[in-house]
Design a protein. Sequence first.
Length: 382
Amino acid sequence: MRLNSFDDFTALKEVVLGSADGYADRIHDLSFDMFISDNLSGAKGYYPSISEWRPSQERDDRNEPHRLALKKRFLEELIEDVEGIADSFRELGVTVHRPLALDPAATDVTTPAWSASITPPLNCRDNTLILGDEIIETPPTLRDRYFETQFLKPVFMEYFRQGARWTTMPRPMMTDASFDPANLTSAAPNIEVPLDPQASPYDVGLELMIDGANCLRLGRDLIVNISNANHALACDWLERHLEGRFRVHRMHKLTQSHIDSVVIPLRPGTLLIRNERVLDYLPQSLRGWDTIVSPSPSVDDYPQYENDDPIPASPYIDLNVISVDEQTVLVNDACKTLIRTLEDRKFTVVPIRHRHRRLFGGGFHCFTLDTVRAGGAENYLD
């Protein structure tokens, strides 16, 4: 079918589902610390911060791979759960596309300015924004994911052959000087980050960087969460590129990056939100929508890990649901209270297993890129 995706709730026909094959480790660098900085201090005191992974005197060796290697059993279970998601989509009549496999020999990403370990295309929502009939590859915010959209090239090529537009936003040099540290000092003052960014001959100053998951798609309207100068520059580009086709709305500092575990449109007129404070950040026309406030998670909702395994994802990761249509929502089967809450509001909930979502990061919305939905360029905000 031809590429057509304007929202997150009309009938889903085709989807790209990411792959966890080859997910071996997560090495810290400046880009990773900045990306997850709003989760580093935990939530409400219930969750360990990343600074508590190991004693303070050992934090200087945080880049040693063996410190952060993810356990083989957990990876096998993650792969098993992702394949279960694929099966569930197919049972619901959704066509599932998959990325290219990561060659086991491919362990590093290297550019003239830096090198980083490579991760597989699991959270394929992040580096691509689908707007109607256009694929927009977004400028990456994490070095180890710099070439991630390459794994989606066969899928994108097929949509291109069928008539889709295909655009790549400017790629950042991504040196230490490329990042705006404002979100670190203003939103998460107690985090552990590199204190001595290094100069590079490739420095060009602040650059465009943003993920597709910073954006909320509502027909002809695009709401963009902006928490730093990198996001603002990227939004400038989106406004110019989309002028006359989409209305771009700036939303400032709802969260430091992704919003799909904070505010989720389940159907026209209904939002699932983390808490009522979210409404203060939304465009005025959205504040009148019906809201479902998510039940607060507790530490017992998640598997517990030994040996100081890193837990980078937000404790609210299970709000990262995906709708198959305006009545049907895929929800983590461990979230009994959220399931009951949605069922009480007359949604059909499809429980799906995803065990290690906080360890690896990512939920059902993160793992997917919806490429064909029934909806069009509706005026949901008028």
